[in-house]
Design a protein around this ligand. Sequence first.
Ligand code: 5RP
Length: 250
Amino acid sequence: MRAGFQTICRQLSTQSAERGKKWAGYSAMKYLIESKPSVIGLGSGSTIVYAIEYLKMHQTEFAKNVICIPTSFQTRHLILESRLNLGSLDRYPSINVTIDGADEVDERLNAIKGGGACLFQERLVAQASRKFIIVADERKKSKQLGTKWTKGVPVEVIPMALNTVQWQLKRIFPTSLIKLRMATPTDKAGPVVTDNGNLILDCHFGPISDPGALYKEIKCLSGVLDVGLFCNMAERAFFGDNDRENAGEM
Ligand code: 5RP
């Protein structure tokens, strides 16, 4: 009886989070289309799927012409499947605006990203963009990074450097909890391998008082390709309301 009730609660919470993601994705894409950019970056994850869905459904002339730069294999596939124009950073090193999801976002729009292990390409595309917009359901809003997202800060590491980077991280942050991200909870399928052939260390630091400083400290370790802390990058965020068909802006 109790298990049944818990299952229903879980289903309801998933449904309302899905509603939040949808309205965040739709509102951000609507806003983006209004500025008629010619080259856009598309982030990764489940919220971005809704932004792409909106692009497919509306403004057919715009959708026919706009060049879309993906941040992952997932998004590349979605762009092709939606018959949008696939571009690359080689051809379009400068992007008008990028929309991307996030795992936790503070009041200054600093974010933890990389829940889908795409952080490196996401940063490449974001840093090539004149504007960077975050989309998320409202549960991702946070007063302080590290207090809501329970899976830690992702750090993408080159495989041969895995043990030494893990050891260095433990030395610098003795109270942290660091875990190699596995493909399944049973560990049987082995570790998650990123689109770049690397591994992910999920690092739990507790509440993060200075995300910019933490990012720099980890990023300068040799063997680290990227860190899932995106600071001072986003200029706007759309948070989808989980209870109503609506999204708020920040
Ligand atoms: C992938 C990401 C995603 O944008 C982030 O994990 C949010 O995903 P979702 O929209 O599915 O909640 O950073 O690396």
